[in-house]
Design a protein around this ligand. Structure first.
Ligand code: ADP
Ligand code: MG
Length: 433
């Protein structure tokens, strides 16, 4: 029964150098085994080190300590049997679908006939039959992502690594691609032996994975392993499915609360300058506050219940609740959201008072907001370009995360009238804040 694992990861540590010369520990004590026939999910919030771990597995970067071994061999560079699918693909616009897929094979030194045959096979398999000679610009987002899958599958990798491969697609397209992938996988049609799927979406993990490793942040580590024993095809509305989603959800909120308590910052972590902010709109923040403040909840609600009432997915509500917690307008514990006294106050006052309260909390608890305001106050022009803050954030986080964080703070800053931002000129200012 016990076959040798495809992949074995032991006690991995990884850190990055911070601008002040210190170390940012991103992964600590990671243990992971992938066996033949498994889809293993890495589930965690943005910044918990999931993409960093995939890069280590793919041999694109090296750990500070610990080992990655693929089929019993230590990984020191990209192994031929491991392929990756990303959130969105850089397809070459001047190449056709067929040519883009063939690119994946060029390094293997196969005969031209064989390259063509395998590329066409991968294209047919992934549902792109008939699009061989189309150019990327002629394809929808979902079709382009299929080309990405074909490009990874064409090498017949033993392990397929997927980094949030459905997250850039609209809801229906993403679901079609997930179920197509699962059908091919369970019918044994995919030329792969095991899959690691990175996601921040609890439902996606439960839908697709045999095992889920739940990640915590700061430093990124595995908090818990959860086996998913529901038979395929899995239905999102099935009570067993819902129960598991809720259990994982509670697990993640309980953990994050106790982690913060352990660090003696109580339930309110606040946000340092290097904190990645989730993409949450001020409209949603105000909407959730109002919903929880009103009847029948009266300041305290079960998050899954309130998600259903607001017609929102739990995964989408999570970051909104967390942002409220960061602003100390609410606390999130064990799957419940409870408004603080300021949170209750916010829901009961007029728009001007709301903005004042919100502004005060924003500059007090979110270091980036205070920093932007300070820079603008100090400059004689009271203006600063996007790049001024983007460059700074990129010392702490990836360019994508920096962009997401700046967009989030712009929305919050505008709502609170702490600063303004001109979308065309890409400039922060104190104009009519
Ligand atoms: P996830 O994929 O879970 O969102 P990442 O692995 O992308 O997380 O990032 C984990 C942490 O490591 C984040 O704090 C991120 O900002 C930081 N990080 C990632 N890549 C780099 C890098 N090249 N330099 C500095 N910090 C990085
Ligand atoms: Mg990532």
């Amino acid at each position: 029964m016990d076959t040798a694992p495809l992949l074995n990861i032991h006690d991995i540590r990884k850190s990055f150098r911070k601008p002040d010369g210190g170390e940012l520990l991103v992964l600590d004590g990671i243990e992971l085994t992938l066996r033949e026939g498994e889809i293993v999910g890495l589930l965690g919030r943005s910044g918990s080190g999931k993409s960093t771990l995939l890069r280590l597995i793919a041999g694109l970067s090296a750990p500070a300590a610990g080992s990655v071994s693929y089929l019993g061999q230590t990984v020191t560079g990209p192994p031929a049997g491991i392929a990756m699918v990303f959130q969105s693909f850089a397809l070459f616009p001047w190449l056709t679908v067929l040519e883009n897929v063939q690119l994946g094979l060029e390094a293997l030194g196969l005969a031209p006939d064989e390259i063509r045959r395998r590329a066409i096979e991968a294209i047919d398999l992934i549902g792109l039959d008939g699009f061989e000679s189309a150019y990327p610009r002629e394809l929808s987002g979902g079709m382009r992502q299929r080309v990405g899958f074909a490009r990874a599958l064409v090498v017949h990798p033993n392990i397929l690594l997927m980094d949030e491969p459905f997250s850039a697609l609209d809801v229906l397209t993403a679901e079609t691609l997930r179920t197509d992938f699962l059908d091919l996988w369970s019918e044994g049609q995919l030329p792969i032996k095991g899959v690691i799927l990175v996601t921040h979406n609890i439902e996606e993990a439960v839908l697709m994975c045999d095992r889920i490793l739940v990640f915590g942040s700061n430093p990124g580590r595995i908090l818990k392993e959860i086996k998913v024993e529901l038979p395929h095809p899995r239905a999102r509305l099935d009570p067993g499915f819902r129960d598991l989603v809720e259990r994982i959800y509670v697990e993640m909120t309980v953990r994050s609360a106790s982690e913060h308590a352990g660090k003696r910052v109580e339930r309110f972590p606040g946000a340092g300058i290097g904190t990645i902010l989730p993409p949450v709109s001020s409209t949603l923040l105000a909407g959730l506050l109002e919903a929880v403040a009103g009847p029948p909840y009266d300041g305290e609600a079960d998050l899954p219940v309130i998600a259903a009432a607001l017609h929102m997915e739990i995964d989408d509500l999570f970051p909104v609740a967390e942002t409220l917690q960061m602003l100390r307008l609410a606390e999130v514990v064990g799957g419940d959201i409870r408004l603080t006294s300021e949170g209750r106050q916010f829901a009961g006052v007029d728009i001007d008072q709301r903005k004042r309260l919100f502004a005060q909390h924003l500059v007090t608890y979110v270091a980036l907001a205070a920093h932007i305001r300070r820079v603008l106050d100090e400059r004689p022009s009271h203006r600063a370009p996007w790049s001024r803050f983007a460059d700074e954030l990129e010392d702490y986080m990836s360019p994508d995360a920096a962009q997401q964080t700046l967009r989030a703070i712009i929305d919050l800053g505008r709502y609170a009238e702490v600063f303004a931002y001109d979308d065309h000129a890409h400039v922060f200012s104190l104009d009519n804040p």
